[in-house]
Design a protein around this ligand. Structure first.
Ligand SMILES: [Zn+2]
Length: 430
């Protein structure tokens, strides 16, 4: 009896312990569900993201999203093709240049197929090419020296190779125009080509924007230089000097033997563009790569900018003088700013926490324009910085950047002589 009683007591105790254990399990489950479920879940997603972080630090953005890119001005709208030029740097290959400007590597392979020997480039040579407005390469020319150049032209998905020999003989020609309805039409009416009109608009831009309506009634004189072989004109003629009169203001620019335009005081017409929009060093978390493939899904995942791993609130500085063209909030790019830096370049800043400027503001190089953030579809705080040339994205960390310079002291006599000769030629026509 005593033994049985003891047995019942033991069973009761066991049942009590089991109830307690069950209760404990319930409480723990509830606790987990309420407090840990979310963090465990997000921890899991973070881990899966970090394995492919190089590919997806942010969402894939459309190359020509109209919210995130510049609107074309009156002259750009007429252009179906874009001309680019690059001076070969030490140790650089054509493949490097393709990478730098985001050109399709398949085109390079087709060019090698057409003429492998002509692919080699050396420092100082100039590579010019033409792309259509979707970015596809149409032709590419390598200027080997003053006389010889190699031309590749795309015909039916193949490249044709043509070696060209130029002459050093030149002929000058002056064109005179008055701006009627707009500069473009007036320039076209006196026989200037699209390329020449682009060159003039770009050379004058920081003095006067010829695409703006305030130019009606302005007068302009342009000196063109044409190569001649055996009495025959060869190739396109080049703009060498411009004299532009805008409401009593005289603007004079001359192309020097280095191919660049200068004001008559010897200062180049270009404005300097800085490499980085930050004052301190931050590592690159994702590089420019317009032909990037996601290694996991093998999906095309282009990245048109450079991601800099900045903590939220890092000040962003304009890389060059310019005008604020766009400020907004985009579902993928987050808070963003687009600046035009002259007629050629634009700079794009995404995933900001705050913009310090508004559309229409004139900006100076080095001016604080925003604070970085983590807005839009982004997996961590960073700045997406993008540089475009004529609307085409290029590698902002490697691309040669414009720099305002002056003619050196030793070249000044030669420069002054050229300015005098070219300007008196234009003034003779007045
Ligand atoms: Zn990015």
């Amino acid at each position: 009896m005593h033994k049985k009683y003891q047995k019942v007591g033991y069973k009761k105790q066991l049942r009590l312990w089991m109830w307690l254990l069950l209760l404990l399990v319930l409480v723990i489950t509830l606790f987990f569900h309420l407090f840990f479920h979310r963090s465990i879940f997000s921890l899991h997603t973070d881990a899966s993201l970090s394995s492919s972080q190089n590919v997806f630090s942010e969402a894939i953005l459309e190359r020509d999203d109209p919210n995130l890119t510049l609107d074309k001005d009156a002259i750009d709208q007429q252009q179906e093709q874009l001309n680019h030029s690059h001076k070969v740097q030490a140790g650089e290959t054509l493949s490097d240049i393709f990478k730098l400007y985001g050109l399709d590597h398949n085109d390079l392979l087709l060019m090698i197929k057409a003429r492998p020997q002509a692919i080699a480039v050396v420092e100082g040579q100039v590579v010019d090419w033409v792309q259509d407005d979707s970015g596809a390469l149409l032709s590419l020319q390598i200027y080997r020296n003053a006389r010889l150049s190699s031309l590749y032209t795309k015909v039916n998905d193949q490249f044709l190779f043509t070696p060209l020999v130029a002459s050093s003989e030149t002929q000058s020609l002056v064109k005179i125009g008055v701006v009627g309805r707009n500069f473009y039409q007036s320039a076209q009416a006196i026989g200037l080509t699209q390329e020449q009109i682009q060159t003039i608009a770009t050379a004058l831009y920081w003095q006067i924007d010829v695409t703006s309506p305030v130019t009606i009634g302005d007068k302009f004189f342009v000196e063109l230089e044409q190569s001649v072989i055996g009495g025959q004109s060869v190739g396109a003629s080049k703009v060498m000097a411009i004299w532009y009169q805008h409401r009593g203001k005289d603007i004079q620019v001359v192309r020097f033997s280095d191919g660049r335009f200068y004001h008559s005081d010897g200062v180049s017409v270009e404005k300097t563009l800085d490499r980085l929009p930050l004052k301190r060093f931050y590592p690159v978390s994702s590089e420019f790569n317009p032909h990037r493939l996601n290694p996991v899904t093998h999906q095309y995942a282009p990245h048109y900018g450079t991601d800099l791993a900045t903590p939220v609130g890092t000040p962003v500085y304009a890389t060059g003088d310019g005008v604020v063209k766009k400020v907004g909030d985009h579902p993928l790019a987050g808070k963003y700013i687009v600046l035009s830096n002259g007629r050629i370049y634009s700079t794009h800043f995404f995933h900001l926490s705050q913009s310090l400027v508004k559309v229409g503001d004139r900006i100076k190089r080095g001016q604080k324009i925003a604070l970085t953030g983590n807005s839009g579809r982004s997996t961590g705080p960073h700045l997406h910085y993008e540089l475009r040339q004529n609307g085409q994205p290029l590698d902002a960390m490697l691309a040669p950047l414009p720099k305002q310079t002056s003619i050196s002291l030793e070249l000044t006599p030669e420069f002054d002589e050229q300015v005098k000769a070219r300007m008196s030629l234009l003034h003779e026509q007045f």
